[in-house]
Structure formats: structure tokens, C-alpha cells
Design a protein. Structure first.
Length: 99
């Protein structure tokens, strides 16, 4: 009988040790709350990053448009210069032929 009681007491001690290792309700609630707050922070950070990417894309688009317009302006200046040279050449040819 004594042996049996010792075995039962040993089993109870093991159960107490096991129960002491379990997480408590307060600890679990704190962890869940911390996890939820982290999810909210991550969602906010993701939204801010998406906004920044949208701004960067808009900036790139505007920069591309500016470069394209700048190229067109240079092309027009070259066309005007070539036309002026052609007109000057015609005037020189006419002046030599007429004089």
C-alpha cells in the first residue's frame, strides 16, 4: 500500500511540474495583444510603403515626360538651325549668281 501511495504522489508531483510549465492566461493574453498590435503596425508600415512607391512611380513618370519633351525641344532647335543654314545658303547662291 505504501508503495502504491508513493507512486501516486510521484505522479501528482509530475502533474504539478507539468502544470507549472504551462503558459498562464495572463501571459497568453499579453502575447495575443502584442501580436495584434504588431499586425496593426505592420499594416500601417505596408500602407506607408505603398504610398511611397506610388509617389516614386509618379516622380519617374514625370521625369520621363520631362526628358521626352526636352529631347523634342532640342530636335526642334536643330531643325530651325538647319533651316537657317539652308536659307543662308540659298541667299548666298542667289547673291553670287545675280552679282
Amino acid at each position: 500500500m505504501e508503495k502504491r501511495l508513493d507512486g501516486m504522489n510521484e505522479f501528482r508531483d509530475q502533474l504539478r511540474d507539468q502544470a507549472a510549465r504551462f503558459i498562464g492566461r495572463d501571459e497568453l493574453n499579453a502575447l495575443v495583444k502584442n501580436n495584434e498590435e504588431g499586425q496593426v503596425r505592420n499594416a500601417d508600415a505596408t500602407q506607408r510603403l505603398a504610398s511611397r512607391m506610388d509617389l516614386m512611380q509618379g516622380s519617374d513618370t514625370g521625369s520621363f515626360s520631362y526628358r521626352a519633351e526636352h529631347r523634342l525641344d532640342i530636335g526642334q532647335l536643330i531643325q530651325i538651325a538647319v533651316m537657317l543654314i539652308m536659307v543662308a545658303s540659298v541667299i548666298v547662291l542667289v547673291a553670287r549668281g545675280g552679282g
